[in-house]
Structures are given as structure tokens and as C-alpha cells.
Design a protein around this ligand. Structure first.
Ligand code: NAD
Length: 331
């Protein structure tokens, strides 16, 4: 049966083709503003959601027969999961689909900061070739990588850094069982956050944003770090206390930061982080490679088609809905 699939933001043509081949009708919002999307919700059976809009209770409850919200990629922090569950709407995402691309982004940021590429590039363009004698860059080989969060992306970053750069890898992840930690003991030493901050040359953040992880790195943590330590954040901006990070960078308590995410996106033009030369910014684009956007969109389309054709999708964020009468038929 043909169903209406709402796209609050455009998705890749490969994914649209899959939905249309499955017989569904695409409704494309002209923009992802809530006031634009709200009047479209009534007739919608599925929403394929990127990060440009939050699926609030108001939007979810505006639909007469919404069945599924399918995130392109990982994370569902822009979905009111409680409201979805209250209305028996399945929320699905796929955390694994972008891990490889985020790993490459972390490595690019790490090498770029350690090798001081933006500074050297700017110097050459400004006829300051003699900067080469300042020996600004460092080697990464044999240094210590610290991971706050050892999930899918943390694991990917660990394997690359260990294999390619012979780095020692530390990880802090209090939610992993002893059994899982033992399984990865050849790759990683599990430590507490204090030791992670004290010992890491590069500290990369890979936790989800939750009330527990908000401001996980703040003044107390930056105070522990080595003056040349590099902090990389590709998770979510508010996991780092931005004011504390600015102070640590300005006071040279740490060596630099690679930030794919910020507390406010896009940032206020007056944000001090934009003015610091020891910071590299990217616009929340770690997963937005040519290849990965197609993977994320087609995967989200597949999970939508699964639900609409009576199959249980992989990765249901609110499994409680599957027990409701509405979804008991799912195979
Ligand atoms: P994941 O769920 O596989 O791993 C997250 C890990 O964090 C888990 O092992 C969990 O136990 C751990 N964790 C949770 N709370 C913690 C805490 N307080 N301290 C230490 N560890 C804690 O997720 P992932 O696929 O590795 O992705 C990590 C995050 O990266 C996502 O939640 C998402 O916010 C972000 N992300 C960003 C991009 C991007 O484009 N920048 C792309 C994908 C994912």
C-alpha cells in the first residue's frame, strides 16, 4: 500500500528511488522550519529525518497516522522519543553506518593539528617560508590516544591509531561490561576520566549527548591535561564546556582542538573559538562525505520501507512501542 513519506530536508536521489520503487509517495518540505513542516504532518505515515529539525511532540501529534521516524545516521537527540513512544511511533536510526567516515575525520583533524597544517599553509601563502625552521609540527607515532566513549566510532579510531601510528590507546567508558572490556584488552587500556585526561596526548570524544555527558570536559578536566594535548570533538558540542575550553586554549593549558561540533550550530560570529589559531573547525560534517550521505539516506529509506511493509527494522530506539497492539504484527 502506498504511504506518504515526508522529507523535512532533501535526501539523496538513491534513497528517493528506493522509496518510490517500493510504491511510496514523497512529500518534500520546502524548508525544515517547524512552521513549514507542521501543516504537512497530518497525512504523513513516515518521516525521514536529518538533523535540521527536531521532531517535537507538537509535530508528532499533528499526524493522524504516523508510523515511523527514521533518522539518517546515528543519534536521535532531535526526536522527542517519549512523545513518539506515547503515540506508538517507531523511532529508528543506524549508528554504525557513519563510523568509518567519522573515523577518517578524526584522523584528519588529529594529523592536521599535530602537523600544524593550517598554520604552515597560511605561512607559505604569506611568504613566511622560513617558518619551516620553527619545527612546529610533532610526530604522533608512539603517543597516547585517549577516547572518551568506546563505542562504534571510538573502536574504529582506536584500531586505526594503534595499527598505523603505534599509539597507546586509553579509553574511559563506565557503561561497558567487564566482559566487553576484556574482549578489547589487546587494543585498549580502560581507565577513569582523571587518568584519561592526565595521560592523553590526543583526547577524542565519542559519547552521546545525555544529561550525564553534558560538560564532560570542563575546567577540572582541562586542568589535568598536558599543555600540548589536543582535544577532538566529533560527538556533540555540549559534551564540552565551551567557556572552559576557550579559557584552556587561550591560557595554553592545552595545545589545540579539532571541533566538528559546537554548542550552538552554526556558531555565533563572536564565538571566541572562531578566533583561535590553535583550533580547527568543521561544520558538523564528519559524516557528510559523498559516500556516507548515500549510505545514511538509503539505509534510512530501507528502514522506513521495512516498517511500512510490516517488518521490524534494525535499531529501534524505543523498543517499548513494539509491544503495543499497533506493532504486534511486525515480523
Ligand atoms: P556508540 O553508541 O556506539 O558509542 C557511544 C559510547 O559512549 C558507548 O560505548 C557508551 O557506553 C559510551 N558512553 C556513554 N556515556 C558515557 C560517559 N558518561 N562516559 C564515557 N562513555 C560513555 O556511538 P558512536 O557511533 O560511537 O557515536 C558517538 C557519538 O558521535 C554519537 O552519539 C553522536 O552524537 C556522534 N556522532 C557524530 C557524527 C558527526 O557527524 N559529527 C556522526 C556520527 C555520530
Amino acid at each position: 500500500m502506498s504511504m506518504n513519506v515526508l522529507l523535512p530536508q532533501p535526501i539523496e536521489v538513491e534513497a528517493i528511488q528506493r522509496l518510490e520503487q517500493a510504491g511510496h509517495t514523497i512529500i518534500s518540505a520546502p524548508d525544515p522550519k517547524p512552521e513549514t513542516v507542521l501543516p504537512l504532518m497530518k497525512e504523513v505515515h513516515a518521516v525521514i529525518l536529518r538533523t535540521g529539525i527536531t521532531m517535537t511532540r507538537q509535530l508528532i501529534e499533528a499526524a493522524d497516522d504516523l508510523k515511523v521516524i527514521s533518522r539518517t545516521g546515528g543519534g536521535f537527540d532531535n526526536v522527542d522519543v517519549k512523545a513518539a513512544t506515547d503515540n506508538n511511533v517507531i523511532v529508528t536510526s543506524n549508528l554504525s553506518v557513519n563510523s568509518i567516515s567519522v573515523r577518517e575525520h578524526v584522523l584528519a583533524m588529529m594529523l592536521s593539528l599535530v602537523k600544524q597544517l593550517p598554520v604552515l599553509d597560511q605561512a607559505v601563502r604569506s611568504a613566511n617560508y622560513s617558518i619551516r625552521y620553527q619545527n612546529l609540527s610533532r610526530d604522533i607515532n608512539g603517543k597516547t590516544l585517549g577516547l572518551l566513549g568506546f563505542g562504534r566510532i571510538g573502536y574504529q579510531v582506536a584500531t586505526a591509531c594503534k595499527t598505523v601510528f603505534n599509539m597507546s590507546v586509553l579509553a574511559c567508558d563506565p557503561y561497558l561490561s567487564d566482559e566487553i572490556k576484556a574482549k578489547y584488552s589487546d587494543l585498549v587500556s580502560f581507565v577513569d576520566k582523571k587518568q584519561l585526561c592526565t595521560d592523553s596526548d590526543v583526547l577524542s570524544v565519542h559519547v552521546p549527548l545525555t544529561e550525564q555527558t553534558r560538560h564532560s570536559l570542563s575546567t577540572a578536566e582541562f586542568d589535568l591535561m598536558k599543555p600540548e594535548a589536543i582535544v577532538i570533538n566529533t560527538s556533540r558540542g555540549p559534551v564540552i564546556d565551551e567557556e572552559a575550553l576557550i579559557a584552556a586554549l587561550q591560557n595554553k593549558e592545552i595545545g589545540g582542538a579539532g571541533l566538528d561540533v559546537l554548542t550552538n550550530e552554526p556558531p555565533d560570529p563572536d564565538n571566541q573559538l572562531l578566533k583561535l589559531s590553535n583550533v580547527i573547525h568543521t561544520p558538523h560534517s564528519a559524516a557528510l562525505t559523498n559516500e556516507c550521505v548515500i549510505r545514511m539516506a538509503t539505509d534510512a529509506a530501507d528502514r522506513t520501507i521495512e516498517v511500512l511493509s510490516g517488518k521490524k527494522p534494525l535499531n529501534v530506539a524505543n523498543p517499548a512501542v513494539l509491544e503495543s497492539e499497533r506493532w504486534q504484527h511486525l515480523s
